[in-house]
Design a protein around this ligand. Structure first.
Ligand code: SAM
Length: 285
């Protein structure tokens, strides 16, 4: 590795630690992790940090880096999208990676209500989100201005970052996104996961990835993924990240158009990413 590549790696390593609040041992604000900073919980997204800019944990941030390296290395066309950004940390990290690699022809799309999660929609989803309480968590509502300010703090707010403000069902279907290399779903609920997939899933390039932040943690999210994959006949295996997050790689046959030339869809992912399938998912999907 030359020293420029090494510097980029060190920059991203430091970004991870800052974005996660590891440096100053930012304590959690959720009601289940005891109010005391615990590096093990932080690494696996088992807590909500008080001030840090992402809650997705070290393993899922690192997974994002590995998958981004993979699509960039394979020249998989498209932008990077997260639906459900909270304080923006995962998107800030993706922007940092593009910056570190000098990539100027891809964008980061930052989609959120910037007002928390919606109340369950009993008309469009009569039973799927019944009783879901995510909308009551005020800590999940972070304004657009705050998220933009967070990007600015890292000197990463520029024209390569685009914001989509509003409910996914309203903003995503007509979003001016052409192709997607990585779609990162982090909307927690069945409706939020399904709305994002229905609007954007077909735009993910062959060789691109769909990451599901809450696959192993939130039943509604998991069911939305299973329903979507069944409906579309998707049988690429779900790969586990850390016991909660999971992803699959989009194959040429699952996409309406193919940009597949030169993309090795069977390539093993480097290091960090466990290749085991998520237990039980295949039978259910
Ligand atoms: C768990 S947080 C995302 C965490 C974030 N990815 C991170 O890096 O820490 C969930 C986010 O999804 C957003 N959200 C969920 N459902 C939504 C919907 N249907 N429309 C718009 N935003 C939604 C919420 O506002 C919240 O910011």
């Amino acid at each position: 590795m030359n020293h420029i590549a090494r510097l980029a790696e060190l920059y991203l390593n430091l970004m991870e630690r800052v974005l996660l609040g590891v440096i100053y041992e930012d304590p959690p604000i959720d009601q289940w992790s005891g109010g005391v900073y615990n590096p093990v919980l932080r690494a696996k997204d088992r807590d909500w940090p008080a001030k840090a800019h992402t809650m997705i944990g070290f393993e899922r941030l690192r997974n994002l880096r590995v998958l981004m390296s993979h699509v960039i290395g394979d020249q998989v066309p498209g932008d990077f999208v997260e639906t459900g950004v909270w304080r923006g940390g995962a998107c800030i990290y993706m922007r940092a990676m593009l910056k570190a690699l000098g990539i100027v022809d891809r964008k980061i799309w930052v989609a959120d209500s910037f007002a928390g999660l919606p109340t369950p929609d009993s008309v469009r989803y009569p039973s799927q989100d019944q009783g879901d309480l995510h909308h009551t968590f005020k800590a999940l509502a972070v304004s657009l201005e705050t998220v933009q300010e967070n990007f600015r703090k890292y000197d990463l707010l520029d024209e390569q970052v685009r914001f989509l403000k509003g409910w996914f069902k309203d903003t995503l279907p007509d979003a001016p996104i052409d192709r997607i290399a990585i779609l990162r779903l982090d909307g927690d609920m069945y409706s939020s996961t399904m709305d994002a997939l229905q609007a954007l899933g077909h735009k993910v390039s062959p060789g691109g990835f769909i990451i599901v932040d809450d696959f192993g943690a939130v039943e509604g999210c998991r069911r939305a993924i299973q329903d979507y994959r069944r409906e579309k006949g998707i049988d690429e295996p779900m790969q586990d990240i850390d016991g909660i997050g999971a992803f699959w790689r989009v194959s040429a046959s699952a996409c309406s158009s193919s940009h597949g030339v030169g993309i090795n869809l069977d390539a093993q992912l480097p290091g960090q990413v466990p290749r085991r399938s998520v237990e039980g998912e295949q039978a259910a999907a």
